[in-house]
Write a protein that binds this ligand. Structure first.
Ligand SMILES: [Fe+2]
Length: 350
């Protein structure tokens, strides 16, 4: 009989480098396509003004960064206590491994291992650990576990794609950052990983080439969107099937959903400047209560309106935890109006 640990984390890129993580606000302010009303700080929501403060968000940046690090240390403790045979990570591929030549709605990367150089093309700034530019990170895979999952899903009627080797890059940001952050204290990450990609960016994948849309860029791709990503309710179903696949396996498996919640740059109704915090709070309360109906019935149009594109990764976890009749043992909501997104950490113990 298999055992399953559920974890929810973020792979927020801003955490990987030093400095003020609220820099995007200034980019928005300098963008001629930003709605005029948002140019004046007086028109911002009150909580957003407070976080921006008199120091251009520096205090919020410091506090939010530390809260994320604390979240990762708690998640790592839960993993170490559980000692999984491997981890399934639900993450988005942001025009990294999947580009014009093939875009699966979902895929399972049943690699033996992946080698990545996280800082080689880093232009964001000095990385948070002062690691050398040529650092090589080898992330162990679990081919057997990946094959088992693909087989189980196909046998249930989910037409899942799978791969034994990468198409374009070693591994995308969602998976690499998850591992980098779960090993915040650099003791090593001993658990193999089976990446489970979700086409979270859907209509905004190829058109943006994975670059977060600014107000101007967001306007320029309107009308020329790509086909959509998978429906949130389908993510929920595939997560539930993943739980069934491993509940009857011989393994101890950690299920990890990796993403920040509503993204500013995907929330068109807020000028792509701040996220849909109200919706995030509603989904967080539902998650905390184990009220899975709120999650189960969401449509893609609703998710896109809320900037919940990457939350599709969490819909998979929600489906799995609903299937296992779990509520989180720990759940933390980190509200952030000015760092692009709210972050949530959750632990669902067996
Ligand atoms: Fe992402």
């Amino acid at each position: 009989m298999g055992q399953i640990l559920g974890l929810g984390i973020t792979h927020y890129p801003g955490l990987s480098v030093q400095g003020n993580i609220t820099r995007r606000i200034k980019l928005c302010l300098a963008d001629p396509a930003l709605p005029e009303r948002l140019r004046s700080i007086d028109n911002w929501p009150e909580a957003m003004r407070r976080q921006w403060g008199a120091d251009e968000g520096q205090a919020h940046s410091d506090e939010h960064r530390q809260a994320m690090i604390d979240g990762f240390r708690r998640a790592r403790r839960a993993l170490d206590e559980f000692q999984p045979d491997f981890c399934i990570i639900w993450g988005d591929d942001q025009y990294e491994n999947y580009r014009e030549d093939c875009v699966p709605a979902f895929s399972i990367l049943a690699y033996d291992a992946a080698e990545v150089q996280p800082w080689l093309h880093n232009q964001r700034g000095v990385n948070s650990w002062n690691e050398p530019k040529d650092k090589v990170l080898t992330i162990q895979g679990h081919r057997m576990g990946g094959k088992h999952l693909a087989s189980a899903l196909l046998n249930e009627g989910f037409d899942i794609a799978y791969a034994y080797k990468p198409l374009h890059i070693g591994l995308g940001h969602a998976f690499v950052n998850s591992v980098l952050y779960l090993d915040w204290d650099r003791s090593g990450f001993p658990y193999p990983v089976v990446p489970f990609t979700v086409n979270s960016y859907g209509r905004h994948l190829v058109g943006t080439q994975g670059v977060p849309p600014t107000p101007s860029k967001g306007r320029s791709i309107e009308g020329d969107e790509d086909p959509p990503g998978p429906q949130p309710w389908r993510c929920f179903q595939i997560g539930a099937a993943t739980a069934r696949a491993f509940a009857r396996s011989p393994w101890k498996v950690a299920f990890i959903a990796s993403s920040s919640w509503s993204h500013s740059f995907l929330t068109a109704k807020h000028g792509r400047m701040y996220p849909d915090i109200e919706s995030d709070k509603r989904y967080f309360e539902a998650l905390r209560a184990g009220d899975w109906e709120t999650w189960r019935n969401t449509t893609l149009e609703e998710a896109e309106d809320r900037g919940h594109h990457e939350l599709l990764n969490w819909f998979c976890l929600a489906g799995a935890m609903a299937e296992l009749k779990r509520k989180p043992d720990e759940a933390v909501f980190l509200e952030s109006w000015i760092s692009n997104s709210d972050k949530v950490f959750a632990v669902f113990r067996p």
